[in-house]
Design a protein around this ligand. Structure first.
Ligand SMILES: Cc1ncc(COP(=O)(O)O)c(C=O)c1O
Length: 392
């Protein structure tokens, strides 16, 4: 029903994914490289979002604005429908992004020198954001078996008990694509409460979960929720990152007041009118689109896994339970990351994310974004095979 096959030209559109290759990968032939790195999608907006934006723009007046009650209602309904979690309008605080939300929460509730816990591997801003704010970043490594991640709860609790102020939890997990179980999420939330640790629960990938897996919000299972800051957004799900839209769900009134005060002090302006318009249209009309998107993503992922299994048997492609990101395991090839990245960029002309960007636990892995038309996925796989054949 929806179009996930048209290849759109994104080069020379001020796209980070397509137009920053030379800078990010230190190459001079960026225009020849197929980018499958940054986590955004190469699909165009569905008509129900485009129409809402066009309608808002046409003849519009763009003075200062805020996400009003209808926008909040769309969030409340979406989180109830898609995640079975009841939230209240007052609990919502809007921000331009999940990382700005995370940064604000760290700044508000911890002090420089405080210890902030993250799990590894993890999306780089989980480490960089607290580090840039002069917090001490403490990492506990997830347990990994054949690319599947789990949490050693003894290790986790020991880490929490060691003077940790905040834990940043990636649920579902980027880069591993793990959907944490209800039991895992509950244990994490309750252990944070037990040790008086703020839980910053980044649930930006919550909508991108493949059946039969189900996302569990920390809020829906925790014994108490006063210590939880949930960060969500419509931007991954509907490809709206360039419009900047996100929200925190905070049940504790004192914490909300503190966050509002620090947002004001930092002159944060919340969400733009276009971000708000797009979010509302997405949440009001987007259920069928997301369901179809998930089918397309699974098709793309299965294709990559099958093709690489045939052509480069030493490379493992575990099937993610969520996200549009493959976490490709090439450890069996015995190639260094430097050699692999060189071959990908110069022989295959393909940009993937090197695993160590996600921490030392990511050594021997590559992250590939398959949120693109099938034709692009096929092109990417052939480039990958060409590259690997020159180094293996
Ligand atoms: C886990 C996670 N959190 C946050 C973000 C970025 O969120 P935002 O653009 O809203 O700051 C990403 C983007 O890839 C992500 O994977």
């Amino acid at each position: 029903m929806y179009d996930f096959q048209t290849v759109h030209t994104r080069r020379n559109t001020d796209s980070i994914k397509w137009d920053w290759l030379n800078e990010v990968y230190s190459v001079k032939h960026g225009e020849e490289i197929l980018p499958m790195w940054v986590a955004d999608m190469d699909f165009a907006l569905p008509a129900f979002i485009e129409d809402a934006l066009v309608e808002r723009i046409r003849g519009g007046v763009f003075g200062y604005s805020f996400p009003g009650d209808t926008a909040s209602q769309s969030v409340i309904d979406w989180v109830a429908k898609r995640h079975g979690t009841t939230i209240e309008k007052d609990w919502l605080l809007y921000e331009s992004g999940v990382i700005p939300s995370m940064s604000l929460a760290i700044e508000t509730f911890t002090e420089p020198g405080d210890r902030v816990l993250v799990h590894g591997p993890v999306y780089p801003p989980f480490r960089n954001t607290p580090a840039n704010l002069k917090r001490e970043v403490v990492t506990f490594s997830l347990t990994e078996f054949s690319g599947e991640y789990s949490i050693d709860f003894d290790k986790f609790e020991a880490a929490l008990a060691d003077s940790i102020s905040a834990f940043i939890f990636c649920n579902p997990h980027n880069p591993g694509g793990k959907v944490w179980s209800r039991e895992d999420v509950k244990r994490i939330a309750d252990l944070c409460a037990k040790h008086n640790v703020l839980l910053i629960s980044d649930e930006i990938h919550a909508d991108l979960v493949f059946a039969p897996h189900k996302h569990t919000t920390a809020l829906s299972v925790a014994e108490s929720t006063d210590h939880i800051i949930t960060c969500m957004a419509p931007t991954k799900t509907f490809n709206l990152a360039g419009l900047q839209a996100a929200y925190m769900i905070v049940t504790d009134a004192t914490k909300r007041a503190k966050l509002k005060e620090s947002a004001m002090n930092a002159a944060h302006m919340g969400m733009t009118v276009l971000g708000t318009t797009a979010m509302r249209a997405a949440y009001e009309h987007g259920e069928a689109w997301v369901d179809e998107l998930l089918g397309q993503l699974q098709h793309n992922m299965n294709y990559v896994a099958d093709r690489l299994h045939e052509e480069v048997p030493g490379v493992l492609v575990p099937m993610p339970e969520a996200t549009y990101l493959l976490w490709i395991d090439y450890r069996k090839l015995g190639i260094t990351e430097k050699d692999m990245m060189h071959a990908l960029l110069h022989e295959g002309k393909l940009a993937l994310e090197p695993g160590t960007k996600y921490g030392p636990e990511g050594d021997g892995f590559l992250r590939m974004n398959v949120a693109c038309p099938f034709e692009t996925v096929k092109d990417g796989v052939e480039r990958f095979i060409t590259a690997v054949n020159t180094v293996k």
